[in-house]
Write a protein that binds this ligand. Structure first.
Ligand SMILES: N[C@@H](CCC(=O)N[C@@H](CS)C(=O)NCC(=O)O)C(=O)O
Length: 197
């Protein structure tokens, strides 16, 4: 098949599958186990990090969940998952914000690291509450991160806040709670979770 998702059902690969289900094109799934398959020379040639997810599309290889979401939105424009290029300000902002500051904030919280004032000036995310408040303000202004229309930024950034909410690491505001409910109601989200579940 032209499109292959390398993943594990208990991984960030769930976000990539959510995106593939939004796109709605056929794809093959290769499940890799954590102990062995992710570290074989064959897979390391696809992702030298030995991590999932990864995507193959023809002769293209894409790793990093955010890049996979952005790539698929561009590769399959008929799915309407990216705004027109001249209107991508918010779209790019939240995709990159979720891959950088949000990811770091959540991982530091997971590791029980709380930055002091001086560290907050150096860290791209500042502190956890400030990072989450930025997303909260965006989804208070409009239903989806890039405006009125759902986009790949919601697949990725939404998933970045959905899972810490599921694990009790993030207490949602009403706006974040409503936002994640809208995300979870997407037929593609439901299908992706059913497959990985
Ligand atoms: N920055 C990567 C993170 C990928 C990642 O850390 N994947 C984990 C599962 S959620 C993994 O494959 N871990 C296996 C390992 O490191 O051995 C992305 O966003 O795709």
């Amino acid at each position: 098949m032209d499109l292959i998702l390398y993943t594990n059902p208990q991984s960030r690969g769930r976000t990539a599958r959510f995106m593939l289900e939004e796109v709605g094109v056929p794809y093959e799934t290769v499940i890799l186990d954590y102990e062995g398959a992710m570290k074989t020379p064959e897979y390391l040639a696809i992702n030298p990090m030995g991590k999932v997810p990864a995507l193959r599309h023809g002769d293209q290889t894409v790793t990093e969940c955010a890049a996979i979401c952005a790539y698929l939105a561009d590769a399959f424009p008929d799915a309407g998952l990216a705004p027109p290029p001249a209107r991508r300000g918010d779209y790019y902002r939240w995709l990159f914000f979720a891959a950088g500051p949000v990811e770091a904030a959540i991982m530091d919280r997971y590791r029980k690291l709380e930055p002091d004032d001086e560290q907050q000036r150096m860290l791209g995310y500042g502190d956890f509450d400030r990072t989450i408040a930025a997303i909260d303000a965006a989804v208070t202004r409009h239903p989806w991160l890039a405006g009125d229309d759902f986009s790949a930024a919601d697949v990725y950034a939404g998933s970045q806040i959905d899972w810490p909410m599921q694990f009790g690491m993030l207490t949602p505001t009403p706006a974040l709670s409503d936002y994640v409910e809208r995300l979870r109601a997407r037929p593609a989200y439901v299908r992706a979770n059913a497959i990985d579940g």
